[in-house]
Ligand binder design. Structure first.
Ligand SMILES: Nc1ncnc2c1ncn2[C@@H]1O[C@H](COP(=O)(O)OP(=O)(O)O)[C@@H](O)[C@H]1O
Ligand SMILES: O=P(O)(O)OC[C@H]1O[C@](O)(COP(=O)(O)O)[C@@H](O)[C@@H]1O
Ligand SMILES: [Mg+2]
Length: 523
């Protein structure tokens, strides 16, 4: 059993069976047809405590109700039932930016383009008719169709913050990712359109809340106008930092009542904890996340911003490896790509380039030296094609490299270098079998994430940034923004970070990758 696989447990009377979910991304289901009584499998593939009797004709309603409860997005009125709303100051008809609304907010005009709070987006759009369909995500053994609706993102007609009373802060945490500046820019621009004048950036991630040497960065449309033209983050990023209670103390001191948090799963865990702490202290604060990670390891969304750009940059590294390998006598190009526990970058870059013969990802175990291992296949490729390109995700094959037992400041495990290991083993192997091989190793590491967002990511960042602000003004907190089946939605944070999203080896995408590389099973 793949040790990375989350496991769902199904109760069968006094028997408990465990089935690997093979990283189905969501709603993975692996219950045998004989299973008459199962547990609710959550949308993130985890078993829930609520047992569902599939023989009960009302089980679907029960499932839907539970789903609605889990995907409910927290709102200020949950804690402050008397919180009053005002008509939105955001509109599609453009105002003069200098207008001060001296006569009150322009609510008497006919503004259009608002989202109704009851608008929903379908989370899953495929009706799998059988659990054996490729990539099937089923709830019950018959793979019945159950609609799962999530909340549509966008501007609401009523808002819960008066713009002149808002102090908004933006913080970027974790590793860099193309598009951070684009998101910052659009958060600032949209806040200004609502009428917010007090906007600050917290420098260097969560650390900026506690480090007295670091000052807030004042933000305005003028300051952010051109920041999207370069990669990185205007505000800086960091891992580690103060604990949640110190962060909320600092927010209180600074008077921050809207916090926009750009980061990956760690950052979002922090954002959710900040949201909970604010609720505990009964602070009228909106905490809204925007998922950032080149690894694309956030659940339930089509993709995270920066991923496309990283794939494009990774593809360029693969192309160089191909040219080197193809131009050398018995050339072998090895490329190591980022992807801590998810092989999305490697898989997509391999697919995009069409030049990869072997793609190795953390989700799919492989052997190096066995008769069906990677090295044997490299020999076959050299003998038949004359050259070969291998691309490996950094989290793959960690069983072959020495454990470092080290963690970074955020508590992420520091991985062993699988790229260098494969390079060395390849050289040794070809020397041993007496076949010439010219091995070239490329590790583009930070080059794939320190770049400026491409056009597609630029648009994604723009819409995510805008929707983050709409969500905060609408009074939601503890939420994040995502792209779901090409529509923009709000998710409650815990649902998207329950565990890292990973490539499903049974998915069509991985099969397409295998079709493209032509690689066999390496076990
Ligand atoms: N479980 C957690 N609870 C609170 N904060 C966290 C948690 N995990 C990580 N963080 C904080 O979030 C920030 C970014 O986390 P990290 O894992 O480095 O990057 P990413 O958000 O990209 O996954 C760090 O400042 C870290 O201290
Ligand atoms: O050297 P750093 O900054 O720790 O970054 C390395 C990690 O950052 C990533 O690019 C993205 O990770 P995050 O989403 O946690 O920022 C990983 O693929 C990689 O393992
Ligand atoms: Mg992370």
């Amino acid at each position: 059993m793949d040790s990375l696989s989350p496991v769902a447990t199904f109760s069968l009377g006094c028997l408990k069976l465990a089935f690997p979910l093979r990283h189905r991304g969501s709603l993975g289901f692996a219950c045998p047809r004989s299973c008459v009584k199962g547990c609710l499998v959550s949308a993130h593939g985890r078993s829930e405590s609520t047992a569902i009797e599939f023989s009960d004709p009302g089980w679907k309603d029960k499932y839907r109700r539970d789903f609605e409860r889990r995907f409910n997005i927290p709102h200020l009125t949950d804690v402050f039932p008397d919180a009053e709303s005002i008509p939105s100051t955001f509109c599609l008809k453009m105002r003069t930016p200098t207008e001060d609304f001296v006569d009150g907010y322009p609510s008497d005009e006919e503004w259009h383009g608002y989202i109704n709070n009851n608008d929903r987006v379908l989370l899953k759009v495929i009706h799998f008719s059988s659990p054996t369909s490729a990539g099937a995500e089923c709830i019950d053994p018959d793979c019945s169709w159950v609609e799962q609706w999530v909340h549509r993102a966008g501007p609401r007609e009523k808002i819960y913050f008066k713009p002149e009373e808002v102090k908004a802060a933006i913080v970027t945490c974790g590793g860099l990712c193309p598009g951070l500046n684009d998101v910052i820019r659009h958060i600032v621009i949209t806040l200004e359109i609502y009428g917010v004048k007090n906007i600050v950036g917290i420098p260097f991630g969560y650390r900026g809340f506690s480090d007295k040497e670091l000052n807030e960065i004042l933000l305005s449309r003028k300051v952010v106008q051109n920041i999207h033209l370069s990669g990185g983050s205007l505000l800086g990023v960091s891992r580690g930092g103060p604990d949640v209670s110190d962060i909320v103390d600092s927010m209180q001191e600074r008077g921050i009542n809207m916090l926009f948090v750009l980061g990956g799963n760690g950052t979002h865990a922090g954002a959710n904890a900040i949201h909970n702490e604010c609720r505990k202290r009964r602070l009228r604060v909106a905490v809204v996340g925007v998922p950032k990670t080149i690894d694309n390891d956030i659940l339930l969304m089509d993709k995270t911003f920066g991923f496309d750009t990283a794939v494009e940059a990774a593809q360029r590294a693969i192309n160089s490896a191909y040219i080197e390998a193809h131009s050398a006598y018995h050339g072998i190009g090895i490329v190591k790509l980022m992807g801590r526990s998810s092989g999305f970058i490697a898989m997509h870059a391999a697919l995009a380039s069409g030049q990869v013969d072997i793609c190795l990802i953390p989700e799919v175990p492989f052997h190096l030296h066995s008769p069906h291992g990677v090295l044997k296949h490299l020999k076959y490729l050299i003998e038949t094609k004359g050259s070969a390109v291998l691309c490996v995700a950094e989290g793959a094959g960690q069983n072959f490299v020495e454990k470092t037992n080290a963690k970074d400041a955020s508590g992420n495990i520091v991985l062993g270098d699988i790229g260098v290991h494969i390079q060395q083993e390849t050289k040794k192997y070809f020397k041993k079998i007496g076949i010439h091989a010219d091995v070239k190793y490329i590790d583009p590491t930070y080059m794939i994430r320190a770049c400026r967002a491409n056009a597609s990511d630029g648009i994604l960042c723009t819409v995510l940034g805008q929707n983050a602000v709409h969500g905060a003004f609408a009074g939601y907190s503890g939420i994040t923004v995502g792209l779901c089946n090409t529509h923009y939605v709000y998710f409650p944070i815990p649902e998207v970070i329950a565990y890292p999203r990973a490539v499903d080896p049974n998915s069509r995408m991985w099969h397409r990758c295998l079709t493209s590389t032509g690689q066999p099973d390496f076990v």
